[in-house]
Design a protein around this ligand. Sequence first.
Ligand code: G3P
Ligand code: CA
Length: 258
Amino acid sequence: MNSLLRKILQLNSYSATNRKLQVIAHRGASGYAPENTMISFRKALDLKADYIELDIQMTKDGEIVVIHDATVDRTTNGTGNVRDFTYEELRKLDAGQWFHKKFSGQQIPTFQEVITEFHGKVGFLIEIKNANLYPSISERLAAELKKNSLDHPNHNEIIVQSFDFEFLEEFNKLAPTIPLGLLVKYRVQGISNVQLKEWSKLVQYINPNKALVTRRLVKKIHDYHMQVMPYTARDMKAVKALKHAKVDGIITDFPDYI
Ligand code: G3P
Ligand code: CA
């Protein structure tokens, strides 16, 4: 990333550490409604979330859709890989009934639908899943953000995150003005200063598994001018511990817990 641009993005995000704790609704308010559906995102807004977190995949005909898994098996009444469905076929699946029959009729949203309804009302924390399955997803995502004027975001409007650092590097070449977050899985050895230094050259957010979070780690991440938004708090005990560690945001299924 161009070093001046990186500095600006980091200063923007770092000066935000004095702001209130950010509430990020994980797959929407997924403790209360079927994950990654419009009803779950609407519920997140009702519960005053600052961001909605959503996972994207791509259909056979190149539509970016919002669904967590690479297959439709767990969260719809269908079976098969998302990438083997056309958008029209995918649309026929029920994405709400598995959670509760009262949510029957929910469909897998397109990314564009989510932007159209929520842009300007809440921040987007967009996670790219399985980038290796979708060779053109970087280009498609960059184009869709540009089309919606989200490629020059206002403060806190959008963050693109992934567990895949190489994907983030590639995406950054296409959309250098979009703030990035690196998701970090639990690892016994924790996160080293060498890693933080390296990652801070590209990303503005480190979003670790909550089991990695200590007050010391949060301070180190801040020292490298990045913010921390751990995942996923599902009870008050976890929320309390993360607040104590002075994180910048909490990714949670229950936005009202925060
Ligand atoms: O936003 C972090 C979190 O969503 C990462 O894990 O599996 O829920 O997508 P997962
Ligand atoms: Ca996710």
